[in-house]
Ligand binder design. Structure first.
Ligand code: G6P
Ligand code: MG
Length: 220
């Protein structure tokens, strides 16, 4: 029986996934190369330093650790310029209503994000109070696709992994949920999120009752 919902943040509850893309592209451009939307899909759910390593490898750029830390800090400054303009209007369509529905249905709610900026973003959009547990980038040692972030969320909520549904827009996040033995609801395109148990374009497109019926069906 499902008892808890574990939500990714960027690209699931708020549209910060596009801010990450813009800020990383700005950094890549400053080094003389660019990357595509398709490549960007492989960065979603991946920690700041791991994302930087992947981008530098794509551009064929090798740098000392000190310079890499500077670049990561620069990217984060550019990213925060965008985040600091956020308001509650930046919550993605259907997300807040869905979370409220889930709480009324008695679900426990956790955040499972590898972002170190997650608490700031939640505060900016006024969503901090909806969570029973918040697992962010400061509380984990392994980035998605490692299941650590979701397993910690389940443990903090005192539920079993099989009693959780994970909400994810990232290929790495879906993999983390499946490796953690959780039902994975993809938010986005089924062509990208091929390993998800079910995919919807946004939280506007599903109700809590419909989701729980789909989990029941899948778990037989
Ligand atoms: C999320 C995003 C990634 C981002 C990571 C770290 O998982 O999907 O694109 O790299 O968080 O975010 P941070 O805010 O700590 O740089
Ligand atoms: Mg995401």
């Amino acid at each position: 029986m499902i008892k808890a919902f574990l939500f990714d943040l960027d690209g699931v509850l708020v549209d910060t996934a596009v801010f990450h893309y813009q800020a990383w592209r700005r950094m890549a451009n400053s080094l003389g190369f660019d990357f595509t939307h398709e490549f960007n899909e492989t960065l979603k759910g991946v920690s700041r330093m791991d994302s930087l390593d992947r981008i530098l490898a794509l551009g064929g750029v090798a740098l000392p650790d000190e310079r890499k830390l500077e670049l990561a800090a620069q990217k984060n400054d550019w990213y925060l310029e965008l985040v600091n303009q956020m308001t509650p209007d930046d919550i993605l369509p259907g997300a807040e209503a869905f979370v409220e529905q889930a709480k009324r249905a008695g679900m426990k709610i956790a955040l499972g994000s590898v972002s170190k900026n997650a608490p700031l973003i939640l505060a900016r959009v006024g969503l901090t109070h909806v969570f029973d547990a918040i697992i962010d980038g400061s509380k984990i040692t392994h980035s998605k696709p490692d299941p650590e972030v979701f397993l910690n969320g389940a443990a903090e909520l005192n539920v079993q992994p099989a009693e959780c549904v994970v909400f994810e827009d990232a290929v790495a996040g879906i993999e983390a949920a499946k490796r953690g033995n959780m039902f994975a609801l993809g938010i986005g395109s089924p062509d990208v999120l091929t390993e998800a148990d079910l995919v919807v374009p946004s939280l506007e497109h599903i109700t809590v009752a419909e989701l729980l019926a789909a989990v029941d069906k899948a778990q037989g």
